[in-house]
Structure formats: C-alpha cells, structure tokens
Design a protein around this ligand. Structure first.
Ligand code: PGA
Length: 251
C-alpha cells in the first residue's frame, strides 16, 4: 500500500524538518506500507535528510524535464533529482497538464526519462468535469495511459505506478465514490496488464482526507492514495495514513 503526499508549491525546508519529526513519531514503520513525499524541489534534500532513518519513506520530485541536462531554465532533470535523493517522480499531474500545457507526448518523454534514470514514475491520469459529463472518462484515461506507456517493454511497464485522479475532484472537496473509483481502477489495471505489467499498483487521488480514506482503501482495486491538501499538516497526514492502513482491503 502506498500513501503519497504531493506538497505542490508548499513546505519550506524548515517546515519539512518540523513536519517529519512530528509525523514519524505518530506513524510507526509497518510492513507492506510505503509513504512517499513529493516536496517542492528546493525542499527535496531537506526532506530526504529528515526521513533518512525510515526505510518505508521515499522522496521524489513533482515534475522532471525529459532531457538529462542543458539550457532549460527552471527545469529539473532526472539525474539532478536523483543526485538530491529522489527515487520517485510524479509525471503528468493534472496541474502540469492543464495549467502548464503538458501534452500526452511530453508525458511520454518524461516517463521514458524517469525509467531510464532508474526512478519510479508515478503517472497521473484522469478526466476533467466536461469529459466526465460527456461520458468520456474511460476513453480519456485509456488515451492517457496508452500515450504514456504503449510500446514499452513489459519490465518497464511493471515499474510504473499509476494514480487515477479525476481532475474535478482535485482540491475541490468532491471525490469519486469508492465504487466509481474502483471501476476506473479496474480499467487501469486491465490496461496495465494488457501492456505486460505484473501486479500493477493503482492509487486514487482527489480530495482524499481522514474521513474518506477508509472507504476508498477498503476497495480491493485501490492500492493507495495520492493526497495534496490533507498531506500538508503532519497530524492530518498521519491520520490519513493510520486510518487508511486499518481500513485497507487485505491482500
Ligand atoms: P488534493 O490534491 O488531495 O488536494 O485534492 C490531490 C493531488 O493533486 O494530487
């Protein structure tokens, strides 16, 4: 089970150290559970240091450039992220796609770069409200998955973790019902298996909080969560992890 915290454009190095201290006291190490943090790039090294004693914690970046170095002002490459301690990278978050104009093709190049740098990509997919209302949810999710993963080696596809995040549920307080999420997750899983993945992991994201994490993780199809707002306070995030872990479906 994976609990992933996307801190977005929040959390200074000092705040991250304070967060880690309180969080690690509240949440003991547990088998079969990983906790991932995606701090802003300037906070990555501080987060890596603050969590270094905990083998269940991984830190990563919120975005990467597909080139490994060069004149790309403001961007971060996979080798740079790895040198600061990142072992995971978000790719194709809806805010990158919709606020920064990232295309399916960009997302594909980023997945390639992350895989060749031996990091784990957490690939985000999900439909907008308009797409949902037109009944296009499944088609959009399928298009995004295929654009990013089609034609890859099964070994590579097996290393990709996918987060289904309906765009209309991100930061809005609305979320998909556990049944809705499970239906899309089943499609994601079947698609990943069709591309050769062995035991794919599919996370859910969008307004996850202590009150709804249990019902989501009780679904067999949901292997973890990707959380923004409710991951910014150490006590709330500890609550998400603890409540989610105790409600999770066995296996
Ligand atoms: P949220 O964000 O939990 O604040 O809805 C989720 C995300 O964007 O990954």
């Amino acid at each position: 089970m994976i609990f992933a915290a996307n801190w977005k454009m929040n959390m200074s190095p000092v705040e991250a150290r304070r967060f880690a201290q309180a969080f690690l006291q509240a949440v003991p190490l547990e088998a079969h559970r990983e906790i991932w943090f995606f701090p802003p790039a300037v906070t990555l090294a501080a987060a890596v240091a603050a969590f270094r004693r905990r083998p269940d914690v991984r830190c990563g970046v919120q975005d990467v450039h597909w080139e490994s170095s060069g004149a790309f002002t403001g961007a971060i490459s996979v080798p740079l992220a790895a040198s600061a301690g990142a072992t995971v990278a978000l790719v194709g978050h809806s805010e990158r796609r919709h606020l920064f104009g990232e295309s399916d093709e960009d997302t594909r190049k980023k997945v390639t770069a992350v895989l060749s740098g031996q990091l784990t990509p957490l690939l985000c997919v999900g439909e907008t409200l308009g797409e949902r209302e037109r009944g296009d949810t499944m088609a959009v999710v399928l298009r995004q998955l295929e654009a990013a993963l089609h034609g890859r080696d099964p070994e590579e596809v097996s290393r990709v973790v996918v987060a289904y995040e309906p765009v209309w549920a991100i930061g809005t307080g609305q979320n998909a019902t556990p049944d809705d999420a499970a239906r899309v997750h089943a499609l994601v899983r079947a698609t990943l298996e069709g591309l050769g993945a062995s035991s794919p992991q599919v996370l859910y994201g969008g307004s996850v909080k202590p009150e709804n994490v249990g019902a989501l993780l009780a679904q067999r199809e949901v292997d973890g969560v990707l959380v923004g707002g409710a991951s910014l306070d150490s006590a709330t995030w500890a609550d998400v992890v603890l409540q989610g872990s105790s409600a999770a479906a066995p296996g």
